[in-house]
Design a protein around this ligand. Structure first.
Ligand code: PMP
Ligand code: PLP
Length: 527
């Protein structure tokens, strides 16, 4: 591991964060822990007043077969957290359900620090791990660490809606950075920053980039490491903090191969392969932004939501010690440490699985999502005529109504309904609709609508809902540029996001068939 330390980035902290002081009660806790001390100081409820004695959990073995077509293997392990297992065992219910430091469980944090070192590999030595309540909480704390009302925040051209719904009411403004199928485009980022003084005279240049690097929500794009390096270097040059919100990091998949070119289910490796433990998974994952971060300017938001269940409400920051200390001050007066139940259960569970077991589980998830991604893409291929994209279309494939691809003339662009790429990570396929072909589009434009693409997108969305298929429309992810101001689309472009994470294969098939029916009718292709 690198021996260099993080640099001083304290000038990024906002007034609120600089002004926070530790609670005086913090000092009391330090004295309370001195041997022989009798404390009449802390207002702690006595554990005999907690109505719980023991929690027993049945947990799957980490190498349980989690392919969605079969039931989970029956190998289970009991994990128990009791009130007082032994006096020297830190993780017991008397401690877990008690007040404590806002940093949460020391032993869980140590496990995660070791995990972060081995898997996320920060490129500086003094990084810290700090527990939070999941990435929603993490992002809230990051915005409150850096942003002043009216600040500009760099965001992806299609962005995760809850992230901007947090800062928009604070009067902050999004600065969208153009994307292609591999995420934000480094040149576009550089251009925004380089031209800032001319394009936004008298305003503060953005100093925070919010980015979802893997299986981006909503576009499904995963940024390759070469591009991450370029983005990181630009952020160093213009002194920008990067917040990598990366809930889908472990849901990275091999490239998609259409059924016609596929031998077997070649993209899925055997779950029980022993090489999993010594690096097959890690080799298959694109390195994180923190792994490129030799200065400590990346805050990584890591969550258990997509790997252990969102209801755990548990995750952690990986960041430099200064930011971590300020985040602790914020946690002390807002959330405190994550819920004792979650911490205790996840800690016992991870200790039982150990690092190797957890890695095995994550590897299994990769298989699961690969199969699901292939289901959805295969279904799109079977319900539409799918062709490789001609030049000028920013995705791998175009989809035409069934039967039209074969009769295709020299100009497939005249008939395609949408374009898409098969994702290499996450839970989503993003389809870009070609409204220039839609019979209603010119009429809506001519009527003087401010956002004609969104108007038609909503109409098609309602047609899908009437057919009992629910997708999310692209307008949900439109950047907020300021109060009541949203980004305008390129002419004739609209989007839908399809999730392959939840429905059964049978329901996915019904859903894609409904989509084909609605699109063909809407675009006037139906007989
Ligand atoms: N407000 C007051 C007045 C308190 O005494 C305490 C606990 N000492 C709290 C808030 C914190 O409450 P909670 O544990 O529900 O966050
Ligand atoms: N960030 C992104 C990009 C997400 O897609 C999600 C969940 O959908 C979240 C954050 C929420 O994560 P958490 O459950 O950890 O708060």
């Amino acid at each position: 591991m690198s021996s260099n330390k993080s640099i001083d980035l304290s000038h990024h902290l906002n007034t609120l964060s600089r002004s926070r002081v530790p609670s005086p009660l913090k000092y009391v806790v330090d004295y309370m822990n001195q041997p022989g001390m009798i404390s009449l100081a802390g207002g702690l409820p006595h554990p005999s007043a907690f109505p719980y004695n023991t929690v027993n959990l049945e947990v799957y073995s980490p190498d349980a077969d989690i392919a969605p077509t079969s039931t989970k293997a029956k190998t289970t392990m009991d994990i128990s957290v009791a009130k007082d297992i032994s006096p020297d065992r830190p993780n017991n219910l008397s401690v877990a359900l008690q007040y404590g430091a806002s940093t949460g469980s020391k032993s869980l944090s140590l496990f995660l620090h070791d995990f972060a070192k081995r898997v996320f590999r920060p490129a500086y030595s003094d990084f810290q791990v700090l527990l939070h309540f999941g990435n929603t909480d993490g992002w809230n704390k990051v915005v409150n660490l850096f942003c002043e009302p009216g600040d500009y925040i760099l965001i992806e051209e299609h962005t995760y809606p809850s992230s901007q719904a947090l800062w928009a009411p604070m009067g902050c403004r999004g600065v969208p950075v153009s994307m292609d199928k591999d995420g934000i485009i480094p040149d576009a980022l550089e251009c925004v920053l380089q031209e800032w003084e001319d394009s936004h005279p008298g305003t503060k240049r953005p100093h925070l980039l919010y980015i979802v690097p893997t299986g981006q929500n909503p576009t499904g794009s995963t940024i390759p490491v070469e591009r991450k390096k370029l983005i990181y270097d630009i952020c160093v040059k213009y002194d920008v903090i990067i917040c990598e919100d990366d809930p889908y990091y472990f849901l990275q998949m091999p490239n998609y191969t259409p059924v016609s070119d596929r031998c077997t289910h070649e993209s899925v490796l055997p779950v029980h392969d022993e090489s999993v433990i010594d690096g097959a998974l890690l080799d298959a994952l694109v390195p994180t932004f923190v792994s490129l971060d030799y200065q400590g300017r990346v805050i990584r938001l890591e969550t258990f939501s997509k790997t252990m269940g969102p209801g755990n409400r548990l995750g952690y920051f990986v960041c430099n010690p200064l930011f971590s200390e300020r985040l602790v001050r914020a946690s002390e007066v807002t959330t405190q440490a994550p819920a004792g139940w979650s911490q205790a259960i996840v800690e016992e569970h991870l200790k039982a699985w150990k690092y190797e077991g957890y890695i095995r589980w994550l590897f299994g998830l990769r298989q699961l999502y690969t199969i699901r991604r292939d289901w959805l893409c295969d279904l799109i291929f079977s319900e539409f005529d799918v062709l490789p994209s001609p030049d000028g279309i920013p995705h791998d494939y175009i989809a035409l109504p069934k039967g039209h691809g074969k009769r295709m003339d020299a100009n497939p662009k005249s008939k395609y309904i949408f374009s898409f790429s098969a994702p290499k990570g996450g839970m989503f396929v993003w389809v870009q609709l070609n409204l220039n072909n839609h019979p209603k589009f010119e009429g809506i434009r001519a009527s003087g609508e401010e956002y004609p693409e969104e108007k038609l997108e909503t109409q098609i969305w309602m047609e899908l809902i009437r057919e009992k298929l629910l997708l999310t429309p692209g307008s949900f992810y439109s950047p907020v540029l300021g109060p009541n101001q949203r980004m305008k689309r390129e002419k004739g472009v609209a989007f839908f996001r399809l999730a392959f994470s939840f429905e059964t294969r049978e329901d996915m098939e019904k859903g894609v068939k409904r989509m084909a029916r609605v699109f063909e009718r809407s675009w006037g292709f139906a007989e």
